[in-house]
Design a protein around this ligand. Sequence first.
Ligand code: DOR
Ligand code: ZN
Length: 359
Amino acid sequence: MKERTIRIPVPDDWHLHLRDGDVLDVTANHAASRCRRAIIMPNLKPPVVTVEEARDYLERIRATVRRPSFEPLMTLYLTDRTDASQIRKAVQSDHVFGVKLYPAGATTNSEHGLTSIQKAKEALAAMEEEGFPLLVHAEATDPSIDVFDREKAFVDGDLDWICQRFPKLRIVFEHVSSRHGVEFVRSESNRMGATVTPHHLLLTRNDLLAGGLKPHHYCLPVVKTEEDRQSLMEACLTLDNFFAGTDSAPHPRSKKESHSCAAGIYTAPFFPELYAMAFEHRFGAPEPDLESMEGFLRDFLCVRGERFYGLKSSAQEYMEIRRKDQQIPDHYPFGDDVLIPLYAGKTIPYTAEIIAPAP
Ligand code: DOR
Ligand code: ZN
């Protein structure tokens, strides 16, 4: 009989939104139920700009998480005023692992982001010198650019400029969503990594737009064509600088099912299962060769990101991912509203669980 279980170290999530306040208990514990470490995005209101603010946020997360081995890795939000001294403080700290560039107006809570790439020259030079990673939301903000071409426009404009001006800067191209983005990351592989979300691997714009608009499939960068999706799949399967980052981004239902739907898809409570689901077709679904898929998932979920960030592996706990149906809840509690996850109310073919080491 074929093996029905994948066993890997507890995965990491290299791109995660937890928010703050009364919803943190829900989001942080969902994340902790599936991952060991997570890069925590700084786009709070107000944003996490200083090393001290990142420390306070980290403490709020730690105070609410019930699995103490969960390790949040904090980031700072790059503004027009971020200077070299703030970068050097971050490098010296033991809790900040990167700086996130949001072009102002590109996405949720990005209004304090960069108004011009020129304003970041000092910070980027310090990061290049220190080998400190820049995490990029790679979308242009010019409203005249077609929404489906914004990643390409940013790549050909600001990102190309950054790469030429700072040839040694370490960069993570976050939630890459297009063939064009994939090709760019490939051409900069010596110093660039990319996170890939489960939803960009599972959905295309048909899932967003055909047969009625689906607000819970709306995120930024927007999901694209089947050709783009295939190119992401191929990159993950063949290039070791592409790794898992969910961009799980919680919004209350009232902000999603509204006349101006907030961007973000919520996947944190079952993300390893979603990656297994996305890739199983390449491993022979409906009877996938789980042994081969296990090797790939270990690399994609546990090894590559850690290597890019230069972190140590000290896995104590394991995860089992079974090919066993799981019913996704209709919703989760979320302050005085509710949170609708991807595939709410549907059944997915995998179920994951953290296995603690024997005492
Ligand atoms: O869909 C998204 N949601 N994309 C982002 O870049 C931000 C995120 C959020 O914070 O909601
Ligand atoms: Zn994000």
